[in-house]
Design a protein. Structure first.
Length: 216
């Protein structure tokens, strides 16, 4: 499937699917980052991970381009926490993404919190151009002390068996990704892990990379 058909795919997917329960990456991040961070879950999907962060008393905002899933997520957050914490934004739109990150940053400042960008299984769901918008925008708005936590499928995952194999995926070469990161002076990798056995789902054992990136 081509990238421009992606949004239709995810809207249809979320009309039927209800994936809940935190990922193992979410559990790792919870152990590694405290409540001094406001977490922005980018490409949050059903909010399986952002719900777990909310339940653990983190300040959280979630972003996804699927209006279907964002509507469902806000029904939940309104009921549980009396506020809407999810936003339907296409990260490829520089203006929308910048403006949202900037407004969330103001909330973090008011609460004296740093920002943790959390993004699981999002980077491989977007194309190179959108990845550029994602990183360029974070470079502009993040500040020293903020962090980024990423989990995504790598090129080694191309051949593994998939449960859902009918949508756009960009398998990422971690060497190229790290070369690209070096173009941004402010990003420094503080943790890297790559391999299988990290996110088992039914018969799937995807080959993944995990990064924690400090902003300096
Ligand atoms: C593989 S899902 C990951 C969902 C969730 N993070 C998880 O781990 O279960 C990828 C998500 O990225 C969202 N997405 C794809 N392209 C996007 C874009 N350009 N802007 C915002 N969200 C996007 C999709 O709607 C989908 O919910």
């Amino acid at each position: 499937m081509e990238y421009n058909e992606n949004k239709i795919y995810w809207d249809e997917f979320y009309r039927k699917e209800e994936l809940y329960g935190p990922s193992s990456f979410c559990n790792l991040v919870k152990c590694s980052f405290g409540l001094e961070y406001l977490i922005i879950d980018i490409g949050c999907g059903t909010g399986r991970d952002s719900r777990a962060f909310l339940e653990n008393k983190y300040e959280v905002r979630g972003i996804d381009s699927s209006e279907v899933v964002i509507t469902k997520n806000n029904e939940y957050s309104l009921k549980q926490y009396s506020k809407e914490v999810y936003f339907s934004i296409d990260v490829s739109c520089v203006k929308d993404f910048s403006s949202l990150i900037n407004s969330i940053k103001k909330i973090a400042e008011m609460q004296n919190k740093k920002i943790l960008i959390y993004s699981r299984f999002f980077l491989h769901a977007i194309n190179d151009d959108t990845e550029r918008v994602f990183l360029d925008t974070l470079e502009v708005y993040l500040e020293k002390g903020d962090c980024i936590a990423l989990e995504f499928r790598t090129i080694e995952d191309k051949q593994t068996t998939k449960i859902y194999d009918n949508h756009y995926r960009r398998y990422i070469d971690t060497n190229k990704f790290e070369q690209n990161l070096k173009k941004y002076n402010c990003f420094e990798v503080s943790f890297f892990q790559k391999g299988t056995g990290m996110s088992l789902y039914k018969t799937e054992d995807p080959y993944l990379a995990r990064y924690f990136i400090d902003v300096r």
